[in-house]
Design a protein. Sequence first.
Length: 438
Amino acid sequence: MKFLFLIPEYPPHFGGGIATFYRDILPEIVNQGCQVDVLVGSAFTSTLPSYKSGGVNVDFLSQDLVQFYRDQFNYYQPFPEIQKHLAAAWAMWQQTNRGKGYDLVEVTDWGLLFVPWIVNQDSSPPILVRLHGSIGQIDYYDPKLDSLMQGHLIRLLEAALFSIAEELSSSSITNVRYWQNITNRSVSYTLPPLPCTSSMQSTNLSTNGLVVGRIQYWKGVSVLCEALKQMGNQSPIIDWIGRDTAYGNSQTSMSDYLSLRYPDIWGKRIKPIGTFSPDKTCQFQANAKFIIVPSIWDVFNFTCIEGMSHGKVVLCSDNAGASELITNGVNGLTFQGNNSNSLVEALNTVISWNDRQLEDVGRNARETVTKLLDCSLVAKQYIKFYQNLIERKKRYIKPNQWLIDAVSPREKLEQPLSFLDNFPLKDLYRYTTDRFIK
């Protein structure tokens, strides 16, 4: 069988869980006799040279094609991110010739990459949308005050389009239920592959805990700060690996906000130590005393199963999908997401355990993920799932014309900012003057 994957990132040019997911599963699908082609692209990627790795053919989105479609979506100029995302999505659709010649196309939910495939399902091979965490979801859990309207619009488009998609699938039961509730339709559940990290050996063991993730509101950094503040001098030292992000009005970084809000915690009890290569990050995970996943929301969170694969005790928020693999106190610890009191209880528990208890729980954690998430086993399950989609009668619900018009390219508008004519000139002048002064 011949599969096409449309994704926003892929190694070695990546920085998130989507690339981790496909890095580990796609070469194994190739090993089991399938052809796998990948087109990497999004509103924020660059055109890079094509390459082949692990039998996977990797190509990149043409930026010339993206620019062509950006002009055709200039009616979204008031919402520049939507304009860029839609341009990239339609450029990928054209660059891959609408999936012609493939048995199945898999596309991610992030970046609206699914849009042209859903509104053109009648002229393409079977389409699977993999739900890793959409931009609408991310914005919902970490809203930016200067783009609230854009966030609402994106979520309306996502909900409408996913409700008529041929097939949706997610690696988290929680996320499956989330989208079933919004779209009033079925969503498939498929476990992810275990990242290839378990061979890393522990050296120079640390006495600190560790978080790996962006310094970002929905990653639970504020919850962790609150928990350590409650614990006072009894709190452990936590290393945090990950890049900084914007907070609130996009004019403030999350790290700066935390320094002001928690001056005795951020930089002292929680130490942001930067970003590192995947191999060096794995070494930090292997050396950590324990690992924390404090997310107030996460579709899955691969750092949880990475930590478990190293035989570490992972304290995982029950708002992160990976917590579904943890039996509390047996192969890890769970706590109530967005609840600092519950996190304090989990931290006190792991601190109270002796080395033998840490080793026993860590061993159980490793056995759990090794058994359930073995890459070869997961790849076989995915291929069987793909084959069933290909062989069944194609499920196609024609989108209504309103929805098609809302996400389709059109003739370039000569005056895309003419909507500003509806605003009082004095308000525009005042805003422009203030912005100029800033």
